[in-house]
Structures are given as C-alpha cells and as structure tokens.
Write a protein that binds this ligand. Sequence first.
Ligand SMILES: Cc1cc2nc3c(=O)[nH]c(=O)nc-3n(C[C@H](O)[C@H](O)[C@H](O)COP(=O)(O)O)c2cc1C
Length: 229
Amino acid sequence: MSDTPAPYATIAAAPFTEAERAAVYRAIYERRDMRHFAAGIVPEDVLLRLLRAAHHAPSVGFMQPWRFIRVKKPELRQAIHALVEEERVRTAHALGEREEDFMKLKVQGVLDAAEVLVVAMPPGREAHIFGRRTLPEMDIASTACAIQNLWLAVRAEGLGMGWVSIFEPKALARLLHMPEGAHPLGVLCLGPVDAYYAEPMLQQEKWACRAPLEDMLMDDVWTEGPPAA
Ligand SMILES: Cc1cc2nc3c(=O)[nH]c(=O)nc-3n(C[C@H](O)[C@H](O)[C@H](O)COP(=O)(O)O)c2cc1C
C-alpha cells in the first residue's frame, strides 16, 4: 500500500524571529514559582488570555482533563489556606530531620495572591484509554502541561504564580463540592508581584539546587548508579 500523506490541513508557518525565539526562552528561564505577591488585580481579559493558554496545552488522546475553579469567596480562600497549613505540619513531621528547616519555608501565598485557581481533573477518566491503558497517569501529565502553559504565560504577562500541592486532595475536593472521582492537583496562586526571585526560592533557602543537566542525560541505556545511601 502506498504511503500517501493524509490530507491534513497545514499552514505555512513563518519561522520565529530571533526576538520571538528569545522571548520564548526568556519566559522559560525567568518563570519562577512565586509565594510572595503584591497588591493589585489580574484584569479579566488577562485572566482569560492566561486560561486560554492553559487550555491550549497538549493532552493524552486530546483528553483535556483540566478543570479550573476560580476561588472568589474569601471564606473559601481561608479554608484552603487552612488545609494547606494542616498538611504543611504533617509534611514537616514526615520529613524527620528536615522538619525544622521545612517549617521555615514559605510554601503558599493563598491569602496574598490576587487570584486563586484550583486545578482538578474530572471524574470518568477511566473511559479515556488512548495513551492511558498502560500509563493511566498521563491524565496528570496532561494537566501539568496546562499548568506549565499557564505558568509561562503568567511570566510573560509580568505576573507571578505559585503551584501549591501541599493539601489533602479529598478534603479540598469536599470543600469545593467536587463530584466523586474528581481529583484536585493544585492550588494556583496568581497575581501581581513586586519582583521575581532571582533563582528558585528553594535554592536560595538551600533546600535543594538545580542538578547539572549532564547528570540527567544518558546514552542508549540507563547508566546511572543507585542513589547514594
Ligand atoms: C507539581 C508541583 C507542585 C509544587 N508544589 C509546591 C508547593 O506545594 N509549595 C511550594 O512552595 N512550591 C511548590 N512547587 C514549586 C517548586 O517548589 C518549584 O517549582 C521548585 O522549587 C523550582 O523553583 P522554580 O519553579 O522557581 O524554578 C511545586 C511545583 C510543582 C511542579
């Protein structure tokens, strides 16, 4: 059988200019996870642009498993903040000897950010088998792609965003009346910032640092040894 190309519509895509290419890399390198926010708002048109950017993420089998809940009620924000605080303490205990160091870290800006968006996946994900039969976690991977799109667009808009995942998902699902089977993946704090951290905050706090790229690369087969005990 001949391998004739399928009649897919294409566009004559113009190459990125040097400045456009630089802007893409700039957004990638200057994106930061932010936990300190300034006063001010995110204009509605900007928020919509950001959510559109998130919604244009790739997804397994074009599943689009992301749902966004914009938290508007102050009492819900307070309750989310409290959930994060509860889990922060549990996480600290679980960390053992790093408990004290962890408790010094700022891990959320839920009460300070102009906007709080909760990202969750809908129920019924098991019906999506394309690309998930052996890797069901590809729904999470897809939702993470949407969040990363949002994160980069936020930086390009001159705003900041923090991804908070320190919470008990069932408790957050209950709080926001999510249906059985829905699964929250993040509380996104988003808004104006006075300045961006010059490098990841966890690096500045000496919690961890970016590993050299060479340590992440292997040729042909897995050659990395077991982690040091
Ligand atoms: C899936 C995911 C969950 C995260 N959860 C939290 C969180 O709960 N609290 C927090 O302070 N940072 C959280 N972060 C942000 C990371 O700490 C941050 O990405 C990392 O330290 C590197 O810093 P950078 O994003 O500024 O490059 C999360 C990031 C990702 C990708």
